[in-house]
Design a protein around this ligand. Structure first.
Ligand code: FMN
Length: 186
């Protein structure tokens, strides 16, 4: 069975981003079993303007290509003023009209237990874009006050256990979906 490839979007541009650290830790935790490709382009996207949707943009083209090639999408993003980060919403707006997002299995990682407004809003946006949120894969890990690096997170057993449980549920859901789709195609 080929290994899964997952694409990951981080909604923070901060150098010391906890959300980015969490994605990097997860990438290391599952290395050899699941490939997690972490996006590097989100900060390079221009502000969304529907007038420019047909214009060539390298960062957007790469993001779309990586999303299309992935079996699933992981999103880890902070809450700002009880909302989704502008950086993430901008990227999602660029992806709204393309086919890459439709029916893509989605895992949400919330690194702050109190950030429920943004998670609820993100669920609404992803669902509206026809992404398939896998509920049992969505996890919250309380990292906010700890300001950890990826290496710090790798030492936090309760956090790594939660992340891996979510990832296992995510990969099971993706595999099942792929098997059902393949069976219907035969
Ligand atoms: C401008 C601003 C607004 C914020 N608003 C909220 C908020 O409404 N709710 C919350 O839980 N955290 C809020 N935070 C805290 C961030 O979510 C937190 O610092 C988070 O770690 C940022 O993510 P990052 O570490 O990946 O950059 C806010 C932070 C900033 C800078």
């Amino acid at each position: 069975m080929s290994s899964l490839t997952l694409f990951a979007l981080c909604g923070s541009l901060r150098q010391q981003s906890i959300n980015k650290a969490c994605l990097l830790a997860l990438q290391q935790l599952c290395s050899g079993y699941i490939d997690i490709v972490i996006d590097e382009d989100i900060g390079l996207l221009p502000l969304f303007n529907p007038d420019n949707e047909q214009h060539e943009n390298k960062a957007l083209a790469r993001m779309k290509q990586q999303l299309a090639a992935a079996d699933g999408l992981i999103i880890a993003s902070p809450e700002y003023a009880h909302g989704i980060s502008g950086v993430l919403k901008n990227a999602l707006d660029w992806l709204v009209s393309g086919p890459e997002f439709v029916d893509k299995p989605v895992m949400l990682i919330n690194t702050s237990a109190r950030a429920h407004h943004a998670q609820a809003a993100l669920r609404e946006v992803v669902t509206t874009m026809s992404g398939a949120i896998i509920d049992e894969a969505c996890v919250t890990v309380a990292l906010l006050s700890k300001n950890p690096t990826a290496d710090d997170i790798l030492q936090m057993t309760s956090v790594t256990d939660t992340l891996l449980l979510g990832l296992a549920a995510f990969s099971r859901a993706i595999r099942t979906d792929q098997e059902i789709t393949a069976e219907h195609a035969n």
